[in-house]
Design a protein around this ligand. Structure first.
Ligand code: HDL
Ligand code: ZN
Length: 430
């Protein structure tokens, strides 16, 4: 076991963090079997395809759409005029205003620069036509391998929106599993839009009614099991609004307590709650319409206390919830805190939140997920986060050495493996 000198720590952490493959626990990515709308080497595209990749998708990421409307407001470019543009026209508009006429200094802009650079392309081009031919030459599946290698990501966890007709019909038509991807059943509509979601289940052949009699409970469980089987769900997930409370004595409570949590317990899989998303604040921005708000950590504690045989992944969207959530995790071993979600996925907040989490939880936390929606984003999201997590870790190890601990390289490798992969996969197993 090689004991490290304090002066060796930063380099040792940097290399361990760079070398450790990531199991990415939450993304919106799909393999080519779900179709792709992106033009590529002589293959037909699928306009409704779910696999998004390449420079036009990268530059029209909804974070950048929100940012370009701050530069060219809707009073100058009406939303419907922007949405009527082609994907390439939208990308050219964003590139002009955020990358050519202004410095791409925001985190979402810098991410595009990092990705293009690491792909060996010139991020300083004045027009995207200088980059498009390179992407058109890519084969989607081979490109997935290339991006996963660049990002050092070993497994991609999907978000399978079973209430989305486009995705659901693809599953029902038969999808060949892709070993690089794992499935997650996403249940927002089921939990937040009852009884409308119940009507959809009835259309799909489940004997459910708006009231929660025994038959409805059993049929909702059958629906959950059918789809967990179909997508081979490694966990189930929901995104909840800031005003989510448990108990609230509403349909969401009943569905959680009588259907979702019993099914997750029986299948021995965790339930992930992503809490604080306020949807549709500015609907005309579509995917970019949402924002976050302060949520209730005590509801998380109540669920962890009342369902001790369930395991919960939890992330919250408000910076102000992070400390209380980390303290809650000290109270419940069935609570695993994860990620710097969405508007927290910025250097200053990743640093702050990772620091407080390690101080309170040690190695029993999952510092990050990518939330990537476009495949290429894996390159920048993990490049940026690895460096930030590594900086915090190195400082914590230096403090430990100062306290007299004989730190070894093997310990650093073991901890980094946990932070970037094993803590997640271990919690899946229970
Ligand atoms: O609900 C979610 O899973 C969020 O991550 C949303 O998809 C959000 O729009 C997003 O892309 N965050 O990064
Ligand atoms: Zn997400």
């Amino acid at each position: 076991m090689s004991r490290l000198d304090r002066s060796e720590v930063r380099a040792a952490v940097r290399s361990a963090v760079a070398a450790q493959p990531v199991t990415d626990m939450h993304t919106h990515l799909y393999p080519p079997t779900f179709g792709t709308p992106v033009p590529h080497r002589g293959q037909p595209t699928d306009p409704a395809g779910l696999m998004l990749w390449g420079v036009d998708e990268l530059v029209t990421y909804h974070y950048l759409i929100a940012e370009v409307f701050r530069v060219v407001p809707a009073t100058k470019l009406p939303y419907e005029q922007f949405w009527a543009m082609s994907k390439s026209e939208q990308a050219d508009h964003i590139w002009k205003h955020l990358f050519v006429e202004r410095t791409p200094i925001s985190e979402a802009c810098r991410g595009v620069v990092t990705t293009l650079s690491k792909l060996g392309l010139d991020p300083g081009v004045k027009h995207l036509d200088q980059l498009r031919p390179w992407f058109r030459e890519q084969d989607p599946s081979g490109y997935i391998d290339r991006v996963m290698e660049l990002a050092n990501v070993s497994s991609i966890t999907m978000t399978n929106a079973v209430f989305d007709d486009n995705e659901r019909n693809r599953w029902l038509a038969g999808i060949q599993p892709d070993p690089r991807f794992t499935g997650v059943l996403r249940l927002d509509q089921l939990l937040l839009d009852w009884p409308n979601s119940g009507k959809k289940l009835a259309d799909w052949g489940y004997q459910v009614s708006p009231e929660f009699g025994d038959q409805t409970v059993m049929e909702v469980r059958r629906f959950l099991n059918d789809w967990c089987d179909r997508v081979s769900a490694i966990y189930c997930a929901v995104s909840l609004p800031p005003d989510f409370h448990y108990p609230d004595f509403d349909a969401c409570d009943t569905l959680l307590a009588k259907c979702v949590l019993p099914v997750c317990e029986a299948r021995d899989i965790p339930f992930a709650m992503m809490i604080g998303s306020r949807r549709g604040v500015n609907p005309q921005l579509r995917d970019a319409a949402d924002m976050g708000g302060l949520a209730d950590v005590q509801s998380v504690c109540t669920l962890c206390r009342e369902f001790p045989r369930n395991r919960f992944f939890v992330t919250m969207l408000a910076r102000e919830n992070q400390h209380e959530l980390a303290v809650a995790a000290r109270k419940f071993g069935n609570l695993m805190v994860f990620g710097c979600w969405w508007f927290l996925n910025n250097p200053s907040l990743i640093d702050e939140i990772t620091r407080l989490r390690i101080e309170l939880l040690g190695t029993t936390v999952i510092p990050q997920h990518s939330d990537a929606r476009i495949l290429d984003q894996l390159v920048y999201k993990w490049d940026h986060s690895r460096k930030l997590i590594g900086t915090v870790l190195a400082e914590k190890y230096e403090d430990l050495i100062d306290a007299g601990w004989p730190l070894t390289r093997e310990e650093i490798d073991r901890d980094v493996r946990g932070f970037l992969s094993d803590t997640f996969t271990g919690f899946l197993k229970g």
